[in-house]
Design a protein around this ligand. Sequence first.
Ligand SMILES: NC(=O)c1ccc[n+]([C@@H]2O[C@H](COP(=O)([O-])OP(=O)(O)OC[C@H]3O[C@@H](n4cnc5c(N)ncnc54)[C@H](OP(=O)(O)O)[C@@H]3O)[C@@H](O)[C@H]2O)c1
Length: 161
Amino acid sequence: MIDWETHLPTLEALKDEGKIGIIGVTAMVYEAYPVIVELMKAGRIDAMQIPYNVIERGCEAEILPAAEELGVGILVMEPLKKGRYVKELKSEPDLAPLAELGIETWAQALLAWVLSDSRLSSAIPATSRPERIHENAKAGSIGPLPPELRDHVRQETERLL
Ligand SMILES: NC(=O)c1ccc[n+]([C@@H]2O[C@H](COP(=O)([O-])OP(=O)(O)OC[C@H]3O[C@@H](n4cnc5c(N)ncnc54)[C@H](OP(=O)(O)O)[C@@H]3O)[C@@H](O)[C@H]2O)c1
């Protein structure tokens, strides 16, 4: 959202010429959200990349309802809070209630928590370890967590931070 008043008309011209397909924005601060909602309502953006995870839920109030209503795609960045919610917990989280869904690791639990919201299009966890790509991708086939298990993942994260 840096200097969007300059860049957006350029992108819109490229889209009109067929040189780009969709226009997306990204914002790290909640203060930018009202402007983004207005841009969504004006039909000027097609997708948004946004930080969203079990603790950082500032997009739930305005952005996600508007995106759902207006058909704007939402790509989730930092679903593991840059790895903090996996690597910096005080002890091992309780995975037992999640086992019957096929969740084997806490990263999968956190990603399944994010992907449980149908208003999101996708999530993009980053890793430097190739084996974790498969581990993380598996979260995409778990399906939405029931509310009580979503609460469990949130409560465990809060308890162990
Ligand atoms: N548009 C923007 O302004 C913006 C801003 C920030 C981020 N992004 C994008 O968002 C994506 C993700 O962001 P991010 O890297 O900041 O946050 P993230 O995906 O929440 O966290 C990545 C961290 O999680 C760890 N991790 C991943 N899978 C794991 C697993 N299964 N078990 C344990 N640790 C695991 C990684 O460590 P290892 O490497 O050790 O696996 C890495 O340290 C990236 O593609 C990034 O480019 C965009």
